[in-house]
Design a protein around this ligand. Sequence first.
Ligand code: RIB
Ligand code: CA
Length: 314
Amino acid sequence: MAPRKIIIDTDPGQDDAFAILFALGSPAELEVVGITTVGGNVPLALTAENALKVIELAGRADIPVYAGCPGPMVKKLKTAEYVHGPTGMDGADLPRPTTPLQDEHAVNYLVRAIMDAPEGELTVCTLGPMTNLAMAMVMEPRIIPRLREVVLMGGGFFQGGNATPAAEFNIFVDPHAAHVVFESGVPVTMCPIDCTYTAEMTVEWLDRLRATGKRAAIEAANMADFYRQYGSHKFATSARPIHDACVTGYLLAPELYEQRLCNVTIDIVSPETIGMTLVDWWHVTGKRKNCTVLRRIDPDPFFALMLERIGALA
Ligand code: RIB
Ligand code: CA
């Protein structure tokens, strides 16, 4: 079978970097046709530069990288240097990229790429606030029926939130964008923190990643060592959820995930719960089931696959 064509929309972010490297280490199954960047974990200038660093680390400077929206549709940007460090990808010792960004704005690229591709060919994977994709849908609604699927890291339900008690970071930063995408009618698969919290990256696994001796794997392990410094007040062990990589894992091995088709709505009005993903897991509302919700992952085969694929990079 031909590899599945995907566009990765991202705010690197160490866990975003893992998701991208995981995908680039899986060329038989996934073809990353483009990367779009958004303000999120850190401001856009840094997320764009970090995306270029990651493709160069993977030896894939051929992949076009586009800068998109610097901030959310309505709210003011909230960043997460407290998790990712001032550069957004602290821990890795990577040179300033020599690969240029594309001149085209990411939103214009999304519209053009989706309109030019055969209907149902492209999947968009969002790993940060969904601003770029939402803006593309508002600008050109005809892209909506042309998309195969949107697979996102974001949201939370039984787990609550990580940015506020009710909201996960990606959705909290731009709840209005998430609302546009979830209500658009496009097939949505959501990987919330309920799922990513079951994908706990351990020190032992990072040692095995480093032991591959490959530069991409070593730098990934180095950035993970910074990333896992945050959260000792939240997690009982030194393991940390590798959130965004769970999106790539789903594309490669969906059978590893407990999943259910549900109705999901986004709170965009309540001051205390804005950004909450209201998941009708028991289908009590009778509302349209607009989202496949991933609840749990089988961690051992997931991490074995990610080790194999990132370890396959140079
Ligand atoms: O809540 C986790 C998400 O927020 C991840 O995508 C992480 O990179 C941050 O963007
Ligand atoms: Ca992210």
